[in-house]
Design a protein around this ligand. Structure first.
Ligand SMILES: Nc1ncnc2c1ncn2[C@@H]1O[C@H](COP(=O)(O)OP(=O)(O)OP(=O)(O)O)[C@@H](O)[C@H]1O
Length: 592
């Protein structure tokens, strides 16, 4: 990550490029407005030294006054042009950056989302990008124009009244020094404030998600105390920021005024001695008045720029994360879907969690036969979910390979792979959308009649017919902002979603755990009947689920230690018996 503010902000060019012509044009109009403001004192000098002091010609004064009026009107028009030119493209820069961020987040593997908190990503995609937009459409342009105005103004002052110009330059020395000090202090505190705002957003997000747990354990007050503590930390930091900025603003306001006071004394004595014309004196002060405005704004503009730098750094931190899981340079394609179903092979698969460094899978050899349903059984924490995640490449194997119809899944594009492999999780996520949209989420566009038929069948197989009795039927909005469903209802909608894709391979990570035994057995039986030709791997805890599988694989100490029918394993595999007995006990069931 580059460290200079310019280097960081220059990286915004990637997104600002389409808007650059209008930003530059807007900058030029703003510069034109400032130069017009600087021209007025020169007109004044000519009026004072010319017609006013010599012949008092009224006509010339009227012409000069008219010129000042025209210059003023033109300046106002150019200021309007700047806004009109820049504001719209600035919003598109923000839109592009926000879309790219979202695309990037979607491209990241699960491991990235384990590392990043929701609040930090939220604050980066909302408030940080808002700060960047405001700086792009206002701060950047005004900063450049202000700097140019100051330079041109000082040159004019030196040209009009060299001695007084020199006084102004001497006054600039402490201002520049203060500017550098301010930059160092503010840079740190601006970054801290943004991090704290992100942490605060995370706290809100977690509390809202966990509101029931907090209430159930009577921990609402503790959560509130912690939230207030974090909010107070942020308040302190914001106050620190404001104090730092107000100190520099005060200094940048006071020093130019002091310079003007010294200039007045020097200027009047020079004019009295006849070494400076009155017109030059008037022009100097009028120019200084124009120059002082941007100088006084400098604190605010520097603060805006440093805020934008902190926001850009945070944005780039996410964007610079290279996805650990990418498509191959030249993806191969799957062979046509075999009539009898697809075959999945795990060959000597190992997997170590990058964060814990623990090897969860230590040499898995397993074949999911075409069109069969295989149940995966193991103690809790044995790695069943991890194994499932390797097939659609939510994570990549550390060693070994996963093959789908003979093709290493790493050689396929993730799009093609994930169209072929569908997953239903134990803890289903539903989106704030209608039942119909949730179920058909993974289905490409279909004619309405076919889509309706697919929806009907998927809901029937998943025994999710209850959805038709919801207030607006299948158009009822469910998910976070919609109607609350029970755990079992949510699981069945999520199962219908996985079935609707008509995948080659269906992975079920204990997706029926919230259902009663009879409903679960019914759903499993329907699945088998409906999904002929779909190869299924189901993580199972209950004997009732296991009994419906063609074969069962036992996961123990990171390896598959047994594959067979339920009856075979019950007879010959002590660990299998132990797992099923433990599961049955926890479900208060009797092992058949
Ligand atoms: N993101 C992660 N980072 C580090 N370790 C992890 C991560 N996810 C899982 N683990 C660890 O990997 C091991 C296997 O977890 P996994 O979720 O695959 O087990 P499981 O058999 O599906 O468990 P359960 O039956 O309880 O769902 C556990 O020890 C778990 O703590």
């Amino acid at each position: 990550m580059p460290t200079s503010t310019t280097a960081v902000l220059l990286r915004l060019v990637r997104w600002a490029r389409p808007a650059l012509p209008r930003i530059v044009l807007g900058g030029l109009t703003a510069l034109g407005a400032s130069l017009l403001a600087l021209a007025v004192p020169q007109v004044l000098a000519h009026v004072v030294d010319g017609p006013l002091l010599t012949d008092g010609s009224r006509g010339a004064v009227v012409v000069a006054a008219g010129l000042v009026l025209v210059l003023g009107l033109l300046e106002a028009f150019l200021v309007w042009c700047r806004r009109a030119l820049i504001v719209t493209p600035g919003t598109f820069v923000e839109l592009d950056m926000r879309s790219d961020l979202f695309r990037h987040l979607l491209d990241q593997p699960a491991e990235f989302h384990d590392r990043w908190s929701g609040g930090q990503l939220l604050s980066r995609s909302m408030s940080d990008l808002g700060t960047i937009r405001r700086w792009t459409v206002f701060g950047l342009v005004i900063m450049c124009v202000s700097a140019t105005t100051v330079v041109v103004g000082v040159v004019l002052m030196l040209w009009t009244a060299p001695a007084l110009g020199a006084v102004y330059l001497v006054g600039a020395v402490p201002m520049i020094w203060l500017g550098f000090r301010f930059r160092e202090d503010y840079k740190v505190v601006a970054r801290r404030a943004r991090e704290q705002a992100g942490d605060l957003a995370t706290a809100v997000e977690e509390s809202v998600h966990g509101i029931r747990v907090l209430k159930a354990f009577g921990r609402g007050d503790d959560a509130l105390d912690e939230f207030v503590r974090q909010a107070d930390e942020l308040r302190e930091t914001e106050l620190h920021k404001a104090r730092t900025q107000s100190r520099v603003t005060l200094a940048l306001g006071a020093i130019p005024e002091a310079v003007l006071a010294v200039s007045l004394a020097v200027g009047v004595s020079l004019a009295a001695a006849g070494r400076l014309s009155v017109g030059a004196l008037v022009a100097y002060f009028a120019t200084a008045a124009v120059v002082n405005a941007p100088v006084e704004r400098l604190g605010q503009l520097l603060a805006m720029t440093l805020d934008a730098r902190a926001a850009t750094e945070r944005y780039l931190e996410v964007m610079d994360t290279v996805p650990s899981l990418t498509d191959p340079a030249e993806p191969v394609h799957l062979p046509p879907r075999p009539e009898a179903g697809s075959r999945v092979e795990l060959r000597d698969v190992r997997f170590t969690h990058p964060r814990s460094g623990r090897e969860t899978l230590a040499g898995i050899d397993l074949e999911l036969r075409a069109g069969e349903t295989t149940a995966l059984v193991g103690l809790t924490g044995s790695g069943k979910t991890t194994l499932l995640q390797l097939v659609p490449r939510f994570v990549d194997v550390t060693a070994g390979a996963v093959l789908l119809d003979g093709v290493d899944v790493r050689d396929l594009s993730r799009g093609e792979l994930r169209r072929a492999v569908a997953v239903a999780f134990e803890d289903p996520v539903l989106f704030s959308a209608s039942v119909r949209e949730n179920v058909l989420l993974g289905v490409d566009d279909l004619p309405p009649v076919e889509a309706d038929e697919l929806l009907r069948r998927s809901l029937d197989v998943a025994r999710a017919g209850f959805a038709r009795t919801l207030p607006d039927g299948l158009d009822t909005v469910i998910g976070e902002e919609g109607l609350s469903l029970s755990g079992g209802q949510r699981q069945r909608i999520a199962l219908a979603r996985a079935i609707a894709v008509r995948p080659r391979v269906l992975l079920l990570d204990d997706p029926l755990s919230a259902l009663d035994v009879a409903t679960e057995a019914d759903v499993t039986a329907r699945l088998r009947a409906e999904l002929v030709g779909t190869t299924t791997l189901v993580v199972a805890h209950r004997p009732s689920t296991v009994a419906l599988a063609d074969r069962v694989a036992v996961l123990e100490d990171g390896r598959i230690t047994g594959v067979g029918t339920h009856a075979e394993l019950m007879a010959h595999h002590p660990h299998y018996r132990h797992v099923l007995t433990a599961s049955a006990a926890s479900h208060q069931l009797v092992t058949p």
